[in-house]
Design a protein. Structure first.
Length: 342
């Protein structure tokens, strides 16, 4: 029987806990902004002179007002440090300011309104914070998805994926895997470019898959089956399992993806190629951080599997269905694992 391991549950739970570096980083940002604001308010002309502004402005009150705003940001960062994920809007507003600030400086520099000597200030005020702030926002979004799934699933839920998950045709994974080998393809959500590409690949390879005595089953995160995508690929008769809360995914050991698995350079390159082939982007219908996977079942047991290294992987579905114990791997992006359990 396929069962969710306690280790997998712990991994999912850990996603909701902010990384240790986030709190001290936000506190450093708070101290820096408060110090910048205080110096700007009490010593505006001296500060501007040190930045190379010549002549000095007649009305330093404008710089003092800017210092007040930056100081208030510092208070916001101190609040965000208490709970970075909960207070992600503060981090977002801060990041936007740090993105728009350099844009404004470039314009002022191009029109000779500000000297280039003021550019070094942008390095400490804005540029060095881009990556850490962006990572906090990314992980906060990832944690929000995981936390939603955890709260929607009671701890006492004894979910058996082979019995409790039922397709639109009224069949369970156990029933389907008793009749023939069952290729279970986890697709993430219908708006994903790579999931649309996978459906096209499955449709193209379907004759080869079924010729090896294998039934195809699809699992997705949507509340409703992607009928349009199934129809255009001729897969409307294939068994589909809706799993909006990710129970099946967790039961098969499929967790949330890391940054490189979701947004790495290889993923962007593969997405561009898929887009050029007509696999466009649709509406997000489920957890966009969920990793996909492929499993070959027989009599309720996993006999082979492909666990994606990135969301852009294109498994050799027909190769996975072969009867030999250790099938050859067609390319480095298609890793096939033979096993008796998950």
């Amino acid at each position: 029987m396929v069962a969710e391991t306690s280790g997998q549950s712990e991994i999912t739970q850990d996603v909701t806990i902010p990384d240790r570096w986030m709190k001290p980083l936000l506190l450093v940002a708070a101290v820096y902004n408060l110090a910048f604001g205080l110096v700007s308010i009490f010593f505006p002309l001296q500060f501007l002179g040190a930045l190379g502004l010549d002549p000095l402005p007649t009305y330093p009150v404008f710089w003092q007002c800017l210092g007040m705003v930056i100081g208030v940001y510092g208070i916001g960062y101190a609040i965000a440090a208490v709970s970075p994920y909960q207070h992600w809007p503060i981090v977002l507003v801060g990041l936007l300011g740090k993105l728009f600030g350099p844009i404004g400086f470039v314009y002022a520099l191009s029109t000779s309104q500000l000297p280039i000597s003021m550019g070094w200030m942008l390095l400490f005020n804005d540029v060095i914070w881009w990556i850490p702030f962006a990572m906090i926002l990314y992980k906060a979004a990832r944690a929000s998805q995981a936390d939603c799934t955890i709260r929607l699933r009671p701890g006492a839920d004894q979910f058996d994926p082979l019995v409790h998950a039922i397709s639109q045709h009224g069949q369970t994974l156990r029933e389907l895997s008793r009749r023939k080998k069952l290729l279970v393809v986890f697709l993430r959500h219908s708006g994903c470019t790579f999931c649309r590409q996978s459906l096209a690949d499955i449709a193209r390879l379907r004759p080869q898959i079924e010729a090896q005595g294998t039934t195809i089953a699809l699992v997705h995160l949507g509340e409703k089956d992607p009928e349009h995508l199934l129809e255009i690929n001729g897969l409307q008769d294939v068994h589909c399992f809706r799993d909006p809360y990710g129970k099946l995914y967790r039961s098969f050991g499929l967790g949330l993806g890391e940054f490189r698995q979701l947004f790495g350079l290889k993923v962007w390159w593969a997405a561009a190629k898929a887009f050029c082939c007509g696999h466009t982007i649709g509406k997000l219908d489920g957890n966009g951080f969920q990793m996909p996977g492929v499993f070959l079942l027989k009599d309720g047991k996993v006999i082979k599997s492909h666990r994606h290294e990135t969301v852009a992987d294109r498994p050799e579905y027909a190769l996975l269905c072969r009867d030999e114990e250790k099938p050859a791997v067609a390319d480095s992006s298609s890793k096939i694992i033979s096993s008796g359990s998950i």
